[in-house]
Design a protein around this ligand. Structure first.
Ligand SMILES: *Cc1c(COP(=O)(O)O)cnc(C)c1O
Length: 430
């Protein structure tokens, strides 16, 4: 089918990017389990290497199964192109890579996935990059943090672990005024609940490991390009606007226009960083995406029921779910993610750290894992696990204080999940 934007989300999540296999007519997208592709002749090979013709060379760069997934996610997000890679963390590095350089910084929200805080505060320093963390609810602080060496602004649409909702439009306007791209991690929201490009995001990154695949089988990541950023408006993004020495002097923006970032991501990013998604992973994620909207509806429905039940329970101090009227982020739901505030939130247990640890051990349906966005309900005590490397101040700022557990609500029967939480809370607070 042609991927006409007039099709609805439920249609596109099944069909976008896919067509019957031209060789066999296979209706489902085959897993092209191959490393290399035979060139038609020497001229064809040269044209591919010169990027004069788009095609398949070697699976570190492109693979037909992965290509379908790229087109599928780009379509669902309303972008012009996408690059898939080996994990969500790889996607973040791949998104920053063409923009940054030694001495350059990214202005990032304090409310991020714990692993991202570590990646940005520690590991990227080895590239000479740095991150400035600011509270994205304080717009003046965001504005003030941007300096001449800033090359991107980075936040999550529905922020991990508390389910806080970012005012994407306000942040996008600040980035725009500074001539900078806004990168939004849309993992927790998915394009079903939120489409950051419509709120002004330049790039959208995903951990496809989570809701897009949906059942905890494979890791993967994706960078979607809105195609809307003018990389040549300043001299800040020379890798895209100037002759790129890593690709025999090619000017990506001049040559590929709105697809500059996507082509750079494949021709330089995947080629030289090698964080490639394998076709098996792409297959599992394609299977997952076919049911994304149905799962997200149930995830949200269950999350609302459970958050309300927890909020009314005397053994619970507070619940952070933005879908609750008591949440300071509730007013942003209608604007940012009108179909629901996701299914990820935290709650504070009376009894603090010890009660949290007992709760996690007493649950029977909820699995204690460092993952989210699974059909199964999951729980984690962030302070003793994913946010363990953070200082107490960083834990608090990230919404992962010691008395707090994070839930990723699955698509089981809500009453069973509530009964499980009820019996485990009884044991934890006895
Ligand atoms: C899991 C996650 C990541 C990292 O993704 P991986 O696939 O585990 O590398 C990044 N951001 C968010 C919001 C996540 O949930």
């Amino acid at each position: 089918m042609s991927d006409a934007p007039s099709y609805g989300f439920d249609t596109l999540q099944i069909h976008a990017g896919a067509r019957p296999d031209p060789a066999t007519g296979a209706r489902q997208t085959p897993i092209y389990q191959t490393t290399a592709y035979v060139f038609r002749d020497a001229e064809h090979a040269a044209a591919l290497f010169n990027l004069q013709e788009v095609g398949f060379i070697y699976s570190r760069l492109t693979n037909p199964t992965v290509a379908v997934l790229q087109e599928r996610i780009a379509t669902l997000e309303g972008g012009v192109g996408a690059v898939c890679c080996s994990s969500g963390h790889a996607a973040q590095i791949m998104a920053l890579f063409p923009l940054m350089g030694p001495g350059k910084n990214v202005v990032a929200s304090t409310r991020l996935y714990g692993g991202t805080v570590t990646q940005f505060s520690q590991t990227i320093k080895r590239f000479g990059w740095s991150a400035k963390f600011v509270d994205f609810d304080d717009l003046d602080a965001v504005r003030d943090a941007i300096d001449d060496d800033t090359r991107a602004v980075f936040g999550e649409a529905i922020a991990n672990p508390g389910g806080y909702i970012t005012d994407l439009r306000a942040i996008a306007d600040i980035a725009d005024a500074a001539g900078l791209p806004l990168i939004v991690d849309n993992t927790s929201a998915t394009p079903y609940l939120c489409r950051p490009i419509e709120h002004g995001a330049t790039l959208v990154v995903h951990s496809t490991t989570k809701y897009l695949t949906g059942n905890g089988t494979v890791t993967g990541g994706c960078i979607v390009d809105s195609g809307k950023f003018d990389w040549s408006a300043s001299d800040k993004f020379s890798s895209l606007s100037q002759p790129e020495p890593a690709y025999h002097g090619l000017k990506f923006h001049e040559t590929f226009g709105p697809l500059a970032f996507t082509f750079h991501g494949i021709a330089v990013g995947l080629r030289d960083l090698g964080m490639t998604m394998n076709p098996q992973a792409a297959h599992y994620t394609l299977m997952g995406i076919e049911t994304l909207s149905l799962r997200m509806e149930r995830h949200v429905e269950n999350a609302v029921k459970i958050a309300k039940w927890l909020e009314a329970d005397p053994r619970v101090d507070y619940v952070t779910y933005a879908g609750l009227e008591s949440s300071p982020y509730h007013h942003r739901v209608a604007q940012v993610c009108p179909k629901g505030a996701g299914a990820l939130f935290t709650f504070a247990v009376k009894g603090g750290y010890d009660a949290c640890v007992k709760l996690v051990d007493a649950l029977e349906i909820f699995s204690h894992v460092a993952n989210l966005g699974d059909t199964r309900s999951l729980i984690i005590h962030s302070a003793s696990t994913t946010h363990r490397q953070l200082t107490p101040e960083q834990q608090e700022a990230a919404g992962a204080a010691p008395n707090v557990v994070r839930l990723s609500i699955g698509i089981e029967n809500a009453e069973d999940l509530i009964a499980d939480l009820d019996q485990a809370l009884a044991k934890a607070t006895a």
